[in-house]
Design a binder for this molecule. Structure first.
Ligand SMILES: *[C@@H]1O[C@H](CO)[C@@H](O)[C@H](O)[C@H]1NC(C)=O
Ligand SMILES: *[C@@H]1O[C@H](CO)[C@@H](O)[C@H](O)[C@H]1NC(C)=O
Length: 137
């Protein structure tokens, strides 16, 4: 007798950006967006078209979040640390309060972090080997 085993191979087309959509919406929920700059952050739209986000050339990864001077209040969600592909994070010149989440230290690809001109306290996590000039003030 045959015992036939059927292997079902599920090919999951996994794109980083679809997981990132979830995290960015969590991040959005911590911002107070009085100017509506995050209106384009909607699950129905491709994340690469969202305001302030830049994707890699092959559109598989979000590499930059720049919402400098966007009138944002609220705080920086520690969940930013889940956007592991981020190379640039610029939230400078807003009205953000709270502390710099230590979790930002998990962003191993981060090359630029700009948080100046906010109402944020705390230190840039030591894990991020960033330059002094990028420190929050
Ligand atoms: C897309 O580009 C990123 C960054 O340049 C790279 O790390 C990644 O491997 C590329 N993915 C594919 C599927 O080509
Ligand atoms: C972010 O965008 C502003 C203009 O909107 C620009 O002046 C600034 O250089 C950008 N930040 C980075 C890190 O590219």
């Amino acid at each position: 007798m045959f015992l036939s085993v059927l292997y079902v191979v599920l090919t999951v087309t996994y794109s980083h950006t679809s997981a990132d959509t979830y995290w960015f919406l969590r991040i959005k929920s911590k911002f107070v967006d009085t100017e509506g700059v995050l209106d384009s952050w909607s699950p129905g739209a491709n994340i690469c078209s969202w305001n302030g986000l830049k994707c890699s050339a092959n559109f598989t990864q979000v590499v930059s979040l720049n919402l400098s001077g966007s009138g944002l209040a609220g705080s920086i969600s520690p969940e930013v640390s889940h956007i592991i592909s981020l190379q640039t994070l610029d939230l400078s010149s807003n009205f953000l309060i709270g502390t710099i989440p230590p979790e930002l230290g998990q962003l191993e690809n981060l090359k630029e972090l700009h948080l100046y001109s906010n109402f944020i306290s705390g230190k840039i996590p030591a894990e991020i080997g960033l330059f002094e000039e990028l420190a929050s003030s």
